[in-house]
Structures are given as structure tokens and as C-alpha cells.
Design a protein. Structure first.
Length: 208
């Protein structure tokens, strides 16, 4: 019997989102370096990413796009305060961006690719004024609106770690990078010592 095995995704997949394989490459790519093929051209920063070339595909510039990716689906990466963003209109059809905070920058709706480092000491008194009822479920960044994630990167972390029993793909070399990137957020717990000593905690006496 040559029955085709149904993909296991059909079972009650409410809430679980599948993210395309190229997303991980996109998030770990360094953009805005000068293109080696067009070193003397004015628009040579590599801020384009191709969805149709086999992954992992390196970023490329404006000129490379017209040469080699003319009929391909290409996403343009933009920058906001040194962080990579993408326009919602460019990715909403190819990516499930639900749950990710959108921002309006230069009158366009954008998403951040990756988690951004957060200002130190934002807790306690300083944070009170800026406190938000919404926080990223992965990095705890305060969000403007009731979204779950600050960035595509945090959503990817959630998809990989949460969901259903964290599927480990053998032989997937790119996994290491992503894991390291995700793990770095744990180092944020290194809090300065001293300062916050308030004497010896007193034990409430029992009885009486
Ligand atoms: Zn180029
Ligand atoms: Zn291409
Ligand atoms: Zn986050």
C-alpha cells in the first residue's frame, strides 16, 4: 500500500504557528554591509533578503537584486536606531506575524527582526512611570499594545521552545546560532550587587 503519510500538523493545531525555514536565516543575517560585487556603487549596502533562493542565502544589494533576483520574492530590511526592521506590508503575506508588536516608523508599519537590548536599571523606581501592562513573553520588554512579542526573533524563540515538545532537528547546523542568540538573554540576570542591601531579613515569629 502506498499510502501517503499525513503530516502530523493536522492535529488540533490551534494557536501553534508554523514559521518558514528562512526566518531563522533572516534573523541571524547581518545586513547593511557593503556588497563585494558592487564596492563603488552608491546603493551597495546589502539590505535585501531573498525568499526564493535556497536557504541560507546571503543578503545582497539593490544592484544584485536586479541582476539575480528579479523574479524572486525579496524583502528589504530597513534600519531604525541601528536595529533591523521590516515593513509589515512586505512580510505579512509570507509570514505569520500575529502576536508581534508593530511600530510606525516613517509612516510605515514595521516589525523588529530581533530582540533589542534594554536599558539598564529600568526596573524599580525608574520603570514605574513607563510601566506597561504588556510585555514581551520572551524578553519582557515593555510593549505598547497587547501583543505577545517585541520582535520576530522572540516569536521564533517561543515557537521553538514552547509549543509542542520542542522538536529538535538533527543535523540542523543553524540551530546552534539561534540557540546562542536566544540564550544570551539569560545573561541579563547578572545584576549589580551591593546597593540594595536592606539589613537582615527578619523572621516573623511564629506562635504568640
Ligand atoms: Zn551587489
Ligand atoms: Zn533570489
Ligand atoms: Zn522580546
Amino acid at each position: 500500500m502506498s499510502r501517503r503519510v499525513a503530516p502530523p500538523e493536522s492535529e488540533g493545531a490551534a494557536g501553534t504557528t508554523r514559521l518558514p525555514e528562512w526566518l531563522e536565516t533572516l534573523l541571524s543575517t547581518r545586513f547593511f554591509l557593503a556588497c563585494g560585487a558592487h564596492p563603488a556603487s552608491p546603493r551597495n549596502e546589502c539590505n535585501m533578503f531573498c525568499l526564493d533562493c535556497p536557504s541560507p542565502s546571503p543578503p545582497f544589494c539593490y544592484y544584485c537584486r536586479s541582476h539575480r533576483h528579479q523574479s524572486h520574492r525579496v524583502i528589504q530590511i530597513r534600519r531604525s536606531s541601528y536595529h533591523d526592521v521590516v515593513r509589515v506590508t512586505e512580510v505579512e503575506d509570507v509570514l505569520d506575524i500575529s502576536g508581534v508588536q508593530t511600530y510606525v516608523i516613517n509612516s510605515a508599519k514595521v516589525l523588529f527582526l530581533n530582540e533589542r537590548p534594554q536599558p539598564r536599571g529600568a526596573g524599580a523606581a525608574a520603570g514605574k512611570a513607563a510601566a506597561s501592562p504588556y510585555n514581551c513573553q520572551i524578553c519582557a520588554r515593555a510593549l505598547l499594545d497587547p501583543f505577545r512579542f517585541c520582535s520576530l526573533g522572540c516569536k521564533l524563540v517561543d515557537t521553538k521552545t514552547g509549543g509542542r515538545g520542542a522538536t529538535v532537528q538533527p543535523g540542523d547546523a543553524t540551530n546552534d546560532d539561534a540557540a546562542a542568540a536566544g540564550g544570551s538573554s539569560k545573561n541579563g540576570g547578572a545584576r549589580p550587587q551591593g546597593r540594595r542591601r536592606k539589613g537582615i531579613p527578619q523572621r516573623a515569629p511564629f506562635g504568640s
